[in-house]
Design a protein around this ligand. Structure first.
Ligand code: ATP
Ligand code: FE
Length: 346
């Protein structure tokens, strides 16, 4: 079974062709971060406009790369939610129209479920076995989940405030770090990796809610902000101080993830739930410092390029529904707000 999938929930326009045996025939990601760089975040209207320009290009290229024409595809998948309303609309309209015109089945996919299932595709033939822990760390989410099947995710920890990915982005911008095609979060990692840090600023970083199964990265963000302000603003900081600050922030952020994972493992053990794997996905999972951290259980990471947004994961997450005939009506609507513990209608 061969699926053409479209993804447009945030700022990347993506299309891919994937088979039910896990063959990735094409993977097109058209990034737009250069458009949003000046706005301190994703500019909603510009993002919609870019998707409208790029989606036909992405679809054409995905089919060309896969050496297929649209009629040879067996099903069409798209990201149904969660995400930015206007952005989701572009991908969903394109997918629905394609499916209707070609008379092919259609599946609308939950974006975070797709991030969560990516490691099952990429660690074949030895995928993690249920139940496993899933850490989803991205631009919009910070979630620690207990996955008991491909459609059942229990939220063990999340955050009431900013996601870890956004805080990486904001701290990177606050320190005016060099631009990277991969975005500001990745440029912070590259900046730290390229330096030998002398000053140790670890003590500046607060430990967040020790012992409690909840994330918060706002405290780290504020700690960096206070330091920068006290030193007279970003321009007044020399490069080695910026290095030290970026390094302390990254260590504390990853440290918090490790601490909460340890708490979740302890909780599972108390419940008698045997967990062997920790699956990590979402944009922040491409961070090498995080990937090198050592947890007491088996860590499973997708390759970095499948951690950030892509349509391969959307195709893969739709597959079980195509194969069981559990497909969507062409009139299906997007769900911009959609919790991952509510996949029952899926
Ligand atoms: P969501 O999946 O929650 O809807 P999204 O799709 O915008 O959000 P992703 O593409 O999964 O998010 O991830 C983007 C985020 O990942 C950005 O906030 C970015 O800062 C972060 N990120 C990407 N690479 C790195 C890295 N190397 N280190 C830290 N953060 C990173
Ligand atoms: Fe994402």
């Amino acid at each position: 079974f061969t699926v053409l999938a479209l993804e447009s929930s945030a700022d990347d326009t993506c299309a891919a062709v994937v088979t039910s045996s896990g063959n990735i025939l094409s993977n097109v990601v058209l990034k737009q971060n250069h458009i949003h760089e000046g706005f301190g975040g994703i500019h909603p209207y510009r993002a919609v406009q870019a998707h409208q320009q790029n989606m036909p290009i992405a679809v054409r290229k995905a089919l060309n790369d896969a050496r297929m024409n649209a009629a040879e595809v067996d099903g069409i998948a798209f990201t149904r939610g969660p995400g930015m309303t206007g952005c989701l609309g572009v991908g969903s309209s394109a997918a629905k129209t394609l499916a209707a015109a070609l008379n092919k089945p259609l599946v609308g996919v939950h974006h975070m479920q797709a991030h969560a299932l990516t490691p099952i595709l990429t660690s074949a033939p030895n995928p993690p076995t249920f139940p496993f822990l899933t850490l989803l760390v991205s631009g919009g989410h910070t979630l620690l989940l207990l996955a008991t099947s491909i459609t059942q995710f229990r939220i063990l920890a999340t955050t009431p405030d900013e996601s870890i990915g956004r805080v990486f982005d904001k701290v990177s911008r606050m320190l005016a770090l060099p631009w990277s095609v991969k975005g500001p979060g990745a440029s912070l990692e590259e900046f730290v990796a390229a330096s030998t840090v002398q000053e140790d600023l670890a003590l500046l970083m607060p430990r967040t809610m020790p012992g409690i199964l909840r994330f918060s990265f706002t405290g780290l963000h504020s700690a960096v902000e206070r330091f920068v302000t006290a030193r007279g603003g970003t321009e007044a900081l020399d490069m080695s101080t910026r290095h030290a600050l970026a390094n302390a922030f990254q260590k504390a952020a990853v440290g918090q993830l490790e601490e909460k994972v340890a708490l979740a493992l302890a909780w599972c053990e108390k419940q008698g739930i045997g967990v062997k794997h920790l699956v990590v996905s979402g944009g922040v999972a491409s961070n090498l410092y995080l990937r090198e951290s050592h947890d007491p259980i088996l860590l499973v990471f997708p390759p970095a390029e499948l951690c950030t947004d892509n349509a391969v994961m959307i195709a893969w997450a739709s597959m079980h529904r195509f194969l069981t005939g559990n497909t969507d009506d062409y009139s299906v609507l997007i769900r911009p707000k959609w919790s991952i513990d509510d996949l029952s209608t899926n």
